[in-house]
Design a protein around this ligand. Structure first.
Ligand SMILES: C[S@@+](CC[C@H](N)C(=O)[O-])C[C@H]1O[C@@H](n2cnc3c(N)ncnc32)[C@H](O)[C@@H]1O
Length: 224
């Protein structure tokens, strides 16, 4: 099993290790914090009272975040490479469509979704190139005039500090997906320069200060 497959297997395990949907996606916060997160995501996705909107969530996990956004959308679709996460998502939101798929291969027609979201998955990607391929796929499946939100990307200004504080001996005892040394951080200037030719507009957005890790995590919004 290579590292990519090992991480995928670890997500399967994470999804089946607890009956608590919040813990399964690594966010065991109270309802107020989940409410704040979903409000922030809806705001950044520019979801007003428009009817009939469709959304695709890439790396949707067990669908919990999508379920919090669900009343604002008519059509909900999610993909995740973990089979167990997808089973949980089907259990939680039977009216939505969920598919097992890796992020960089989206099996959907061009320009099919009004909004495309991907939250808290980019730091698990195997390379910068993989992230770019995924974002180009997300752009391809978004309708013209639509909005994409890449949520919770790690800012590389903090990479050295975070990685040098991690105990590598301890890391050997925990899953790959929880090891700071494995996490991918992003140079936002480079990312924006690489993506700008493919979209109308691109912005880096801060997270509310009350979010626990907002100092080194940012969101990126693309206008297609
Ligand atoms: C921390 S969870 C976040 C789930 C959800 N987006 C949320 O914010 O609640 C990360 C999810 O990303 C998925 N994931 C990681 N790498 C992926 C990839 N390359 N392709 C598809 N899914 C991936 C994992 O299986 C896991 O369900």
């Amino acid at each position: 099993m290579n590292e990519f497959e090992s991480k995928q297997a670890e997500w399967d395990l994470t999804a089946s290790a607890s009956a608590d949907f919040k813990a399964q996606v690594g966010r065991p916060f109270d309802d107020n914090a989940w409410q704040a997160l979903s409000c922030d995501v809806l705001d950044k996705l520019v979801v007003n009272d428009e009817n009939g909107l469709s959304i695709l969530d890439v790396g949707c996990g067990n669908g919990l975040l999508l379920s919090k956004l669900s009343s604002h959308f008519e059509q909900l679709t999610g993909v995740d490479y973990s089979k167990t996460m997808i089973e949980k998502a089907n259990e939680l939101l039977p009216s939505a469509l969920f598919y097992q798929s890796q992020a960089k291969q989206l099996n959907f027609k061009d320009a099919g979704f009004d909004r495309v979201l991907s939250y808290s998955i980019f730091h698990y990607f195997p390379s910068y190139e993989y992230a770019i391929e995924t974002i180009l796929e997300m752009i391809r499946v978004t309708k013209r005039g639509g909005v994409i939100l890449l949520g919770d990307l790690l800012d590389d200004h903090y990479e050295k500090a975070i990685k040098s504080n991690s105990d590598l001996e301890y890391e050997k005892t925990i899953p790959l997906i929880h090891r700071y040394s494995q996490w991918r951080f992003f140079n936002f200037e480079k990312l924006l320069a690489d993506l700008a030719p493919h979209v109308d507009r691109i912005e880096v957005l801060s997270q509310p200060e009350v979010f626990p890790l907002s100092d080194y995590r940012k969101d990126i919004r693309l206008w297609v």
